[in-house]
Write a protein that binds this ligand. Structure first.
Ligand code: F6P
Length: 346
């Protein structure tokens, strides 16, 4: 009987459990056992595992988060003893392969594991949709729906009170969520990390709307956006962490607008934050995640390790980990320019 390990790495997102369930169901059809690994590579190093069966995954399709817990720890970067323990635990359980459900940095870790002789197949997930080598990641569709609903709700206040409403979405390195939710929510200005924020241009747009009798403006800004001529991203570090948790560029934009037009506009900032990562996956994410789970098992059993399962041109396919690790996928220029067209005419 073949055996496969499965883990969820990095930040949680909607659809992780659907992917786990898809993998377990496919494996059981192929007489293969699945070992759930708690808390990503950290849990593999510490041999924290749970056998997964159809019985204990049957009801998790619609549940957010991960029943296995998530961790972004990378033992291959910081801790040689833990890296050796990862390899030893993999062999101890006589696993034929390891399915790593993760975002771009987890795929870099997965490649290190593959280089150490662990047969890895990746499943791309992140609400940010910035994993290279796939058109879409698990979690993005749900996050966009949540952000678009937030924009809809905030719009009623913006319209009723003539507000300039700044809505900060997630999206650490690129603006996929801001762009997609901005289009879906009818934003008037969309600002993303792909393009520097031009404050005078924002002022001109708000004023031009006011001249047309449109006294409210909806500005959607991705958390990772930077001001023109500046390198800084806004956020904070938890004690002892080198990783910066992003938040605050929306408030910084409000301050700069206020500097340019003192007391002229009623500005409101809403950071929708982790709401975008939580809750039940959309139907599209459930379908994508379930299919990725199935195809990842097939890839392991067919010896197609060293790849991620991916969607390209509407087809599920495989992309080599070497083409994914250490890279990020920016918003396509065509989508970005369509988003600005819609915003300018909304
Ligand atoms: O990568 C997904 C993501 O949601 C980013 O959009 C965001 O910057 C980050 O995770 C937030 O995670 P944390 O709370 O750990 O900073």
């Amino acid at each position: 009987m073949a055996a496969i390990g499965i883990m969820t790495c990095g930040g949680d997102c909607p659809g992780l459990n659907a992917a786990i369930r898809g993998a377990v169901f496919r494996a059981s059809e192929l007489d293969t056992s699945v070992l759930g690994i708690k808390d990503g590579f950290e849990g593999l190093a510490e041999d924290r595992t749970v056998p997964l069966t159809k019985a204990n995954t049957r009801d998790i399709l619609s549940r957010g988060g991960s029943i296995l817990g998530c961790s972004g720890e990378n033992p291959f970067r910081d801790d040689p003893a833990a890296a050796d323990a990862v390899v030893a635990t993999f062999h101890k359980h006589k696993l034929d392969g390891l399915i790593v459900i993760g975002g771009n940095s987890s795929m870099a870790t997965a490649l290190r594991a593959e280089e150490r002789g662990i047969s890895v197949v990746g499943i791309p997930k992140t609400i940010d949709n910035d994993v290279e080598g796939t058109d879409i990641t698990i979690g993005f569709d749900t996050a966009v729906a949540t952000a678009a609903e937030a924009i809809d709700r905030l719009r009623t206040t913006a319209e009723s009170h003539d507000r300039v409403m700044i809505i900060e979405t997630m999206g650490r390195d690129f603006g996929w969520i801001a762009v997609a939710a901005g289009i879906a929510g009818g934003a008037n200005i969309i600002l993303t990390p792909e393009e520097p924020i031009d404050v005078p241009a924002v002022v001109r747009t708000v004023k031009s709307r006011q001249e047309q009798g449109l006294d409210f403006t909806i500005i959607v800004i991705g958390e990772g956006a930077r001001f023109k001529g500046e390198d800084r991203q806004y956020g904070s570090h938890l004690p002892g962490e080198r990783y910066m948790h992003l938040s605050g560029v929306g408030a910084a934009l409000a301050d700069r607008l206020e500097e340019q037009e003192p007391l002229r506009w009623k500005l409101t900032v809403s950071v929708i934050g982790h709401l975008q990562r939580g809750g039940s996956p959309s139907a599209a994410d459930r379908i994508l995640a379930s299919r990725f789970g199935v195809r990842a098992v097939d890839a392991v059993l067919n010896g197609a390790h060293g790849n991620i399962v991916a969607v390209r041109n509407g087809q599920i396919t495989l992309t080599p980990l070497t083409e994914v690790a250490g890279k990020l996928k920016a918003v396509e220029p065509g989508l970005l320019s369509d988003a600005h067209t819609f915003a300018a005419t909304t």
